[in-house]
Design a protein around this ligand. Structure first.
Ligand SMILES: *Cc1c(COP(=O)(O)O)cnc(C)c1O
Length: 364
C-alpha cells in the first residue's frame, strides 16, 4: 500500500459526523462570509493562542498582507525575514512595495539566527518576520530584545506552528502579531483556503478588520481602498470543529516523531527539539547527504516524501532583482540540499513508520 505525505481522508473519517453537521448548519443559516461562525472561530482561536484578538482572513498569505498593510509598510521600507520559507512570507513583503531582506538561519533549528539579525537592520527596517519553521518556534527572546531596542515590530509567521510553544507561550503572544494558515495540508487545515491574524493590539486588530473588508467603516462608507480578505463562514465552522481535536492530534504527532527519532537518529540528522520549545512537527524533517537517493527509494515503494523547500528564496527567479547570490546564506543553502520531510499525521500507523524507516535506511 502506498503511504501518502498526509492523509486528509483518514482524518475526515474520524470526525465526519461533526464536520457534516457543521457544514449543514452554515448552509441552513446562510452565514457564508464573516458572520457568526467566523466570529465564533476567531474567539476560540484567540483563546487557544492566549491573545485577546483574532482577525480572520482568506488565507495565510492574505493574513500576512493584512498585518503588513495595517503596520503601514510600503515602498522604501525593508522587512527582514529568512530565505528558507514558503514564498508567501517574502511575497507579501514585496506586494506592499517594501523590500525583503534575508538573514540566515540556525543550523540546529532551521529558524532565524538571532546572532545574524542585528547586521541586517538599517534605518529603513519596518518589521522583523521570523518564521516558525516545521512546527518549532524561533528563538524569540533574543529576537524580541533586538527588535525592542530598535523599536521595530516583530510579526511571527506561524503558518506551520499551530499549538507550538516557546517557553510556554504561543505565537501571537510574543510579537506584535502572528499569522496562521489553515491551508488544507497545514496542521489545522480548512477544506479550502483560510487564515488568521492574532494579536494583543486592539488598534491593530481594528485596522486589519477594516482593511480585510474593503476598508469599510459603514455599510457603504470606506475609509481607504483596501481588500476583500474575509474569512469564509463554512471554513470557520469546519475549523471550529477541528480546533477541538487539535491538541489530541498534536500529542499523537509528537509521539510518532519520537518513534521516527528512535529508529533514525543513528543514520540521519533528526529534528532537534530545543529546551525552550514544544515542537509540533508540522513537518518531520530529516537531513542526509543522500537525500535524493532516499527520496527516490521511498518513491519507488509508493511513499511520498517532500522537500520543504528545495530553492531558498534569494535564489528564486522571482527574487533575482534583489541582487543576492549563491553563498550569501550558506546555512540555509546547505540545508536545502539535505532536507527531506517524511510522512507524518495522527493516523499514521507505527507499522507504516517502520516501513518508511526501513526504506530510508536501505538507501543511505
Ligand atoms: C503555508 C504558508 C504560508 C501561506 O499560507 P496559505 O494559507 O497557503 O496562503 C505562509 N507562510 C508559511 C511559512 C507557510 O508555510
Amino acid at each position: 500500500m502506498p503511504i501518502p505525505f498526509i492523509d486528509l481522508k483518514a482524518q475526515y473519517r474520524t470526525i465526519q459526523a461533526e464536520i457534516d453537521a457543521a457544514i449543514r448548519e452554515v448552509i441552513e443559516s446562510t452565514a457564508f462570509i464573516g458572520g457568526k461562525y467566523a466570529q465564533a472561530f476567531e474567539a476560540s482561536f484567540a483563546r487557544y493562542c492566549g491573545v485577546s484578538r483574532a482577525v480572520g482572513a482568506s488565507s495565510g498569505t492574505t493574513a500576512l498582507h493584512l498585518v503588513f498593510a495595517a503596520l503601514g509598510i510600503g515602498p522604501g521600507d525593508e522587512v527582514i525575514t529568512v530565505p528558507n520559507t514558503f514564498i508567501a512570507t517574502a511575497e507579501m513583503i514585496s506586494i506592499t512595495g517594501a523590500r525583503p531582506v534575508f538573514v540566515d538561519v540556525e543550523d540546529a533549528t532551521f529558524n532565524m539566527d538571532p546572532a545574524k539579525l542585528k547586521a541586517a537592520i538599517t534605518p529603513h527596517t519596518r518589521a522583523i518576520v521570523p518564521v516558525h519553521l516545521y512546527g518549532q518556534i524561533a528563538d524569540m527572546d533574543p529576537i524580541l530584545e533586538i527588535a525592542r531596542a530598535q523599536g521595530i515590530p516583530v510579526v511571527e509567521d506561524a503558518a506551520q506552528a499551530h499549538g507550538a510553544e516557546y517557553r510556554g507561550r504561543r505565537a501571537g503572544q510574543m510579537g506584535a502579531a502572528a499569522t496562521y494558515s489553515f491551508y488544507p495540508g497545514k496542521i489545522l487545515g480548512a477544506y479550502g483556503d483560510a487564515g488568521i491574524v492574532v494579536t494583543n493590539d486592539e488598534a491593530l486588530a481594528k485596522r486589519m478588520e477594516m482593511l480585510a473588508n474593503h476598508g469599510r467603516i459603514g455599510k457603504y462608507e470606506h475609509e481607504v481602498p483596501a481588500f476583500n480578505y474575509r474569512l469564509d463562514g463554512m471554513q470557520a465552522a469546519i475549523l471550529s470543529v477541528k480546533l477541538k481535536h487539535l491538541d489530541g492530534w498534536l500529542e499523537r504527532r509528537r509521539e510518532k516523531a519520537q518513534v521516527y527519532n528512535r529508529l533514525l537518529e543513528d543514520a540521519v540528522l533528526t529534528p532537534k527539539e530545543m529546551p525552550y520549545a514544544r515542537h509540533v512537527y508540522t513537518y518531520y524533517v530529516i537531513r542526509t547527504g543522500h537525500r535524493d537517493r532516499v527520496q527516490a527509494a521511498l518513491k519507488e515503494r509508493g511513499i511520498d516524501a517532500i522537500i520543504h523547500y528545495p530553492i531558498p528564496l534569494h535564489l528564486q527567479p522571482a527574487y533575482r532583482g534583489l541582487g543576492y547570490k549563491k553563498g550569501d546564506f550558506p546555512v540555509a543553502e546547505r540545508q536545502a540540499e539535505e532536507i527531506l520531510s517524511l510522512p507524518l499525521y495522527a493516523e499514521l500507523e507505527e507499522s507504516q513508520i517502520k516501513e518508511i524507516v526501513e526504506k530510508v535506511l536501505s538507501a543511505i
